[in-house]
Write a protein that binds this ligand. Structure first.
Ligand code: BGC
Length: 320
């Protein structure tokens, strides 16, 4: 028997057939085009699932359930996406719509909650009791597993750590509040800060890195140019690490988990990211001289975390 994992992102939707050990048999990705009616998106998810099953020669009867991870507040009891600041959805009955089309039980969760469950069951969190996963992408997502259970909060709307306040620059967040953690430490924020530093420093190596085209600036630009000795890039990284480090210290002090796992594309930086963050945390964590610190590690499931995580929640819910 297999599970389907669906990872809804602002740009792409990824679907995959996953076995009970967390292996992806086959996956498929298509553009979200989030401004269209959500019914069209659900239909496309259904088509993608049908295609995957046909390609693999797997019958629908061999699928136990579908798991979906979506940004925003997702009521996991009803499968309704109540609000998503990223894809601008309100009260979308994703779970029941997909069940109607596929005839399969569907479990819908917040994307970062799904990724946390995936990492806990099959990835970097395996074997730990309490973990906090911080996903760094368009926004910042949070997933908290305590004693093997997701800490979802009322209406499953908790663990929105990207919307805890940090810094005092008055940065406007897509949720309408100012100075949310994600306005300082998401990949979007890193790119914004990098572009600003490039405009302020016409001689920076960062311009060569993007071949003179600021639109090609990505999450890597400042990291790679800082490694090559560019001082403007290094300043961006120092500031980015400071804010991400502050957010991590807040999470460490609230939950004191066994481990903090970072997910998202920026994790490709490996120790260039985790080493300075660990230094920041060790300096700032509560009772630093009396208790062991909390280790910061990167997620193991990489780009597939969303699909595997969504399927993991399907497995977790369906088999309880
Ligand atoms: C949303 C979260 C989501 C995160 C990552 C945030 O902006 O509010 O619900 O988990 O982005 O996608």
């Amino acid at each position: 028997m297999y599970y389907i994992g669906v990872d809804i992102g602002g740009t792409n939707i990824k679907t995959g057939v996953v076995d009970k050990q967390g292996n992806i048999l086959k996956k498929h990705s298509f553009p979200t085009l989030s401004s269209r009616p959500y019914q069209e998106i659900v239909q496309d998810i259904n088509l993608a699932i049908t295609k995957l099953l046909n390609d693999l020669g797997i019958k629908k009867e061999q699928i136990q359930a579908i798991g979906i991870g979506s940004p925003g507040s997702v009521d996991s009891k009803t499968g309704v996406i109540i609000y998503s600041n990223n894809i601008q959805w309100k009260n979308v009955s994703l779970g029941s719509e997909l069940t109607r089309l596929t005839g399969l039980p569907t479990y819908v969760h917040n994307d970062a909650n799904a990724a946390a469950m995936g990492e806990w069951m099959f990835g970097a969190g395996k074997g730990y009791k309490d973990i906090v996963l911080i996903t760094i992408g368009t926004g910042i997502g949070g997933g908290v597993v305590i004693n093997g259970d997701l800490l979802e909060g009322n209406y499953s709307a908790g663990a929105e750590i990207g919307h805890t306040r940090l810094g005092g620059k008055g940065n406007l967040c897509t949720c309408g509040r100012t100075d949310c953690f994600e306005t300082y430490a998401s990949a979007t924020a890193l790119i914004r800060m990098t572009k600003q530093a490039m405009q302020d420093n016409p001689d920076s190596k960062m311009w060569d890195y993007v071949n003179g085209d600021i639109n090609k600036t990505g999450g890597r630009t400042a990291f790679e140019c800082a490694k090559a000795g560019d001082s403007a890039a290094q300043k961006v990284i120092d500031e980015y690490i400071y804010y991400l480090g502050e957010g991590i210290a807040n999470m460490a002090n609230i939950f004191r988990p066994d481990i903090i796992i970072l997910g998202g594309g920026v994790c490709a930086q490996g120790e260039s990211l985790t080493k300075p963050l660990q230094k920041h945390l060790d300096k700032n964590i509560y009772a630093k001289d009396l208790l062991p610190t909390v280790q910061i590690i990167t997620a193991k499931l990489g780009n597939d975390a969303g699909i595997i995580g969504a399927a993991a929640l399907g497995i977790n819910k369906h088999e309880r």
